[in-house]
Design a protein around this ligand. Structure first.
Ligand SMILES: NC(=O)C1=CN([C@@H]2O[C@H](COP(=O)(O)OP(=O)(O)OC[C@H]3O[C@@H](n4cnc5c(N)ncnc54)[C@H](O)[C@@H]3O)[C@@H](O)[C@H]2O)C=CC1
Ligand SMILES: O=C(O)[C@H]1O[C@H](OP(=O)(O)OP(=O)(O)OC[C@H]2O[C@@H](n3ccc(=O)[nH]c3=O)[C@H](O)[C@@H]2O)[C@H](O)[C@@H](O)[C@@H]1O
Length: 435
């Protein structure tokens, strides 16, 4: 099948390389020339396991990138993989989607055969038909249903395991009102849908849009619940990890997303939960549970710094002023250099508010933080960061931190926000955030 992908970021590049791998003819339409050149040179514009080799294999053969929207006319299907960021008031900002749909519509105006447009970006119910569809109609000069078809196909991949998640998903969700559109997507995804472990869910467009938000809201809520239970366990002097491991043996609950600690960050959970809350309020529903999910998450970095302060300065004399604190980990989770809405940055902000000096280390993410944090010292290794520190915080559970001996610290005080594997016997104080 001939497929165009508009937007070549984390999702668009992964989808393009994987669809090329499944044998389709794929073109990426992207406004950033550097990304276009990188893909055409057979390289990956982002760091994802398994991506580089797929692009190297298919670039110049059945995968290419261009800045020219006219390329969509050589294809039967276009996927919109554009950003859907959070506006200042938390609502969904659709400006980029609208601009992309406008360019796509103009290009399709000169096409004389049928075309299917699939929204893959995360958008609230109604957006695909009422916003993207209308913009397309206005600029393509064709009505939806009259040679121009619409579908919504949300993406559930995680950063760090994007290629594997795309090729081996638990489910493929297709929202469409037209049977031909559904048949086209069944054909496109045929090798994936043949897998025993992949379910196909066919719905109307509105349900497909909401399934994505419900999925992320559920996962974020699970982590906040686990954090609340962890905070309560700690107050009782119980080990939350032992408690939650036992709870996770119940099939109805499952053992996944049971790690309590600093909470959730990243480019998706925060913006998607915010958009769903704002959207619900627009529909005149008060999302009180989701409000609490965010409140629990927001409180964890401050709770961690409170614990640290207690150990570093001694109870009754709480202050971090003038102390040197090592922050281990900057990315929002291990396996990625993405620092968007990382809890580590909230920890650093709180430490700064309390006049501590921060020395930070991350195996891959330092360059994404450096310019925004001119007063932070960046170390080349975890051991260097710990040298002379009055206390340390574990903010991201990179596996290499399990090997640390915490030698060279002025005080061997470690407050762990992620439960790494620490040998407590050599430390002056070790405390977990939720256990
Ligand atoms: N990153 C992730 O793990 C996941 C993201 N999503 C959703 O997928 C959507 C895309 O997210 P990402 O790929 O992370 O975004 P991204 O920011 O990594 O990539 C978007 C790309 O679109 C390009 N672009 C912007 N305007 C354009 C235009 N008018 N025409 C052509 N290209 C344009 C940008 O230059 C950028 O390369 C969002 O709605 C997001 O919520 C869904 C599942 C997973
Ligand atoms: O919509 C998206 O973009 C994606 O958002 C998440 O993927 P991702 O943000 O890559 O990362 P996750 O592995 O889900 O972790 C999110 C955050 O939750 C935290 N987390 C996760 C699990 C856990 O048990 N505890 C916990 O604190 C992580 O540290 C991280 O900060 C979802 O897992 C994907 O299905 C979805 O497609």
């Amino acid at each position: 099948m001939h497929v165009s992908i508009v937007g070549s970021g984390y999702v668009g590049t992964t989808v393009a390389a994987c669809l090329a791998d499944l044998g389709h003819e794929v073109v990426n339409v992207e406004i950033d020339e550097e990304i276009v050149e990188t893909i055409n040179a057979g390289e990956a514009p982002i760091h994802e396991s398994g991506l580089e080799e797929r692009i190297a294999e298919h670039a110049g053969a059945n995968l290419r990138a261009t800045t020219d929207y006219d390329a969509v006319r050589e294809t039967d299907v276009t996927f919109l993989c554009l950003p859907t960021p959070q506006a200042d008031d938390g609502s969904l900002d659709l400006a980029i989607m609208q601009a992309g749909a406008e360019s796509l519509g103009r290009a399709l105006a000169a096409k004389d055969s049928d075309h299917l447009v699939v929204v893959k970006s995360t958008v609230l119910p109604g957006t695909t038909e009422d916003v993207v569809g209308r913009v397309l109609e206005d600029h393509a000069g064709t009505r939806v249903g009259d040679g121009l078809e619409l579908a919504m196909n949300p993406e559930f991949l995680r950063m760090g395991t994007a290629v594997e998640d795309f090729l081996e998903p638990d489910k493929v969700v297709v929202g469409a009102t037209n049977e031909e559109a559904r048949a086209t997507l069944r054909e496109l995804y045929a090798p994936i849908l043949e897998r025993e472990d992949t379910d196909l869910v066919e719905t109307d467009i509105r349900e497909a849009e909401l399934i994505k938000y419900a999925n992320n809201a559920f996962l974020a809520s699970k982590v906040s619940l686990v954090n609340e239970l962890g905070n309560i366990a700690k107050a009782y002097g119980a080990d939350a990890y032992e408690v939650l491991e036992a709870v996770g043996l119940d099939d109805r609950i499952s053992a996944q997303f049971m790690r309590s600690g600093l909470g959730w960050g990243g480019s998706c959970f925060p913006k998607d939960v915010a958009a769903l809350r704002a959207g619900a309020r627009e529909q005149e529903y008060e999302p009180e549970l989701l409000d609490a999910v965010v409140a629990v998450n927001d409180a964890q970095p401050r709770r961690l710094v409170d614990l640290l302060e207690k150990h570093v300065s001694g109870e009754g004399d709480e202050s971090l002023e003038g102390s040197r604190i090592a922050v281990l980990g900057l990315s929002f989770k291990p396996g990625t250099d993405d620092v968007r809405k990382s809890r580590a940055l909230d920890v650093i902000d709180t430490l700064h508010e309390r006049d501590a000096t921060v020395v930070a280390y991350d195996p891959v993410a330092v360059e994404n933080v450096r310019s925004e944090y001119p007063t932070v010292e960046f170390a080349g290794s975890a051991s260097d960061a710990l040298e002379g520190a009055d206390g340390a915080v574990v903010a991201t559970d990179w596996p290499e931190f399990d090997e640390l001996s915490f030698e060279g610290m002025a005080q061997r005080i470690v407050v762990d926000g992620r439960r790494i594997d620490v040998d407590e016997s050599t430390l002056d104080a070790y405390e977990g955030l939720t256990w």
